[in-house]
Each structure stands twice: as structure tokens, then as C-alpha cells.
Design a protein around this ligand. Structure first.
Ligand SMILES: [Zn+2]
Length: 309
């Protein structure tokens, strides 16, 4: 058994318009990493479209309908200041969430040891009734509910090391003691949430904000002192990772100083936790990463940790 990859050609067609940082080139860069000798033999699967019902597990039904109706016939439609739909976006936004559900199935069925979803747009800022920060549907949260509603799991954890706080995932998990969300992120930074005092109904939310210019030492301390012990205590049956690579030192949207080895280390620590807690069941989902060299370096390091698990 090895790491399975879930992706789709239509992620390249989601057109956010000229000058947008969340651009098609991002997924092409990830595919280039996947084509390297060390990863080219990993089994790849086409991401299916999520069903509307699956989206409605975490989003208001009216929001899901409004988004699908907002996909334009030509040009661009803006869901918020920086979240854009093009005529080719429908397939991408449905498949980004569908990828996580299919990856959860593969890992729970035992056909893959773990899985990486190479998707765009990202999802962790999407709230129950609001698109935000390039995110339309909350891909990782849909995957978590798929594991519970269709596969009989009870306790699911999401760990998010994207440089931005995953406000959407936090909002969806806040009231449910059987869902766990932990995040390292730069603070202050968009979207402004994620303080240590935000802890959910049952201490099921763990935020570890990092000041600008934090790097290896601060990140690893936050993981080892706060996030990994809380994850252990939560006893998940499945661990999902919101894998953003915009905390990389080269990233233009933020000011943290992570390097490739930090992403390898964090992924390995989470895989080791999954080995102890839940039979190694890990599904990871691409979130941000806006410097093409940093994105490639982070992705390669992440995949090394997954494939060597
Ligand atoms: Zn981000």
C-alpha cells in the first residue's frame, strides 16, 4: 500500500482572472512535483464531483444553490473581494470537495495507506454561508463529514498548517465535540481569527498563532507543545491535514519562514500520530501556497513524509 493521489484536469481550468495569486499555474506546479521520479509511480485517481447533499452537510443549502447559480456563462463572477468564479469553475469547485471524500474512502477501504488531494480552489476559509479568501466550498470539512455520515466514523481531526487561519473549518467544527480543529498560522494576518482564546465547545479547537517572521523553532514548538498533545488526547479515528504551503519563507502573501524540512517534519509527526491513534489513516488536502518554488518545495517535502510512512 502506498500514498494515493486525487486530482483532476479541471482544476487547471478554474480561472480566477489576470494577476490573481490563486492561479492555475499552482496546480501545474504540483503536477510537476508528482511527475518526479520519486512520485511518478504513486497511484492517481480522478477526483469525482461532490454531490450537492455532501456540500450541504457543512454549508447552508441556500448558499450551495447560490454558488452553483453564480457560475457565469462568460467572464467572471465575484463571490467576495478575492473569490472568483469563471465558466469552467463548476467542475473544479465540486471536484475539490469530491476529491477529499474519495480519498477518505480509499484510506478507510484500505486501498491506500494515506492520500494527498491536489486540488484548487482551496477551501479552509469557506464558512457555512460565505465564500472567502479564494475558497468556495470547504473541501476538508466536507471530507470530515463524509467520514462520519457515510463511513460510520465518529471522531475526525483536521490539522491546518496553512499560513492563514482556517476560519471556515473552525466555524463548522466549533459546536461539535467529536470534531477537532488545530491550526498554526501567522497572526496578525488575514482573516484575523485564530486567537488562543478560541477553543470551541469542548476545547476541540486549538489555535497556535505565530508572530510574523516565526520559523522552524516557533512552528515546531507549537506543534510539539500544543497541537500534538491535544490531538493525542482527542483520539481521532481519522486525521485530515489542511496542507497549505504559504508559510514558506518565499511566499509573497505572508511573513513566516518555514522551509521544506519543516513541512516534511510536520507531516511526519502527524503520520506518526496517526500510526499510534488511528491505524495511520491520513488524508491531506492542498490549501494555499503562492510562490511557485516554495509551493513545489513544500509539496515535495510533504509527499516524502507521506510516502515514507
Ligand atoms: Zn493560506
Amino acid at each position: 500500500m502506498t500514498t494515493a493521489i486525487f486530482t483532476h484536469q479541471d482544476f487547471l481550468a478554474h480561472d480566477t482572472g489576470p494577476g490573481h495569486p490563486e492561479r492555475p499555474e499552482r496546480i501545474a506546479v504540483v503536477w510537476e512535483v508528482l511527475d518526479r521520479d520519486e512520485f511518478r509511480d504513486l497511484p492517481r485517481f480522478e477526483a469525482p464531483e461532490a454531490e450537492v447533499e455532501q456540500l450541504r452537510w457543512v454549508h447552508d443549502p441556500a448558499y450551495v444553490d447560490a454558488v452553483l447559480n453564480a457560475v457565469p456563462d462568460s467572464g467572471h463572477a465575484r463571490l467576495d473581494a478575492d473569490t472568483v468564479l469563471s465558466p469552467t469553475s463548476r467542475s473544479a469547485i465540486l471536484r475539490a470537495a469530491g476529491a477529499v471524500c474519495a480519498a477518505v474512502d480509499a484510506v478507510l477501504d484500505g486501498t491506500a495507506k494515506n492520500a494527498f488531494c491536489a486540488v484548487r480552489p482551496c477551501g479552509h476559509h469557506a464558512e457555512p454561508a460565505r465564500a472567502m479568501g479564494f475558497c468556495v466550498f470547504n473541501n476538508v470539512a466536507v471530507g470530515a463529514e463524509h467520514a462520519r455520515k457515510r463511513r460510520g466514523l465518529t471522531r475526525v481531526a483536521v490539522v491546518d498548517y496553512d499560513v492563514h487561519h482556517g476560519n471556515g473549518t473552525q466555524a463548522m467544527f466549533w459546536d461539535d465535540a467529536d470534531l477537532f480543529f488545530a491550526s498554526t498560522h501567522q497572526s496578525p494576518l488575514y482573516p484575523g481569527t485564530g486567537s488562543m482564546s478560541e477553543t470551541g465547545v469542548a476545547d476541540n479547537i486549538v489555535n497556535a498563532p505565530l508572530p510574523p517572521h516565526s520559523g522552524t523553532v516557533e512552528f515546531r514548538q507549537a506543534m510539539e507543545r500544543r497541537i500534538l498533545p491535544a490531538l493525542e488526547e482527542f483520539q481521532p479515528e481519522l486525521i485530515l491535514i489542511s496542507a497549505g504551503f504559504d508559510a514558506h519563507a518565499r511566499d509573497p502573501l505572508a511573513s513566516l519562514n518555514f522551509t521544506g524540512p519543516d513541512f516534511e517534519w510536520a507531516t511526519r509527526k502527524l503520520v506518526e500520530a496517526a500510526d499510534r491513534l488511528c491505524g495511520g489513516r491520513v488524508v491531506t488536502v492542498l490549501e494555499g501556497g503562492y510562490d511557485m518554488v516554495g509551493l513545489a518545495e513544500g509539496c515535495a517535502a510533504h509527499l516524502q513524509a507521506l510516502t515514507r510512512a
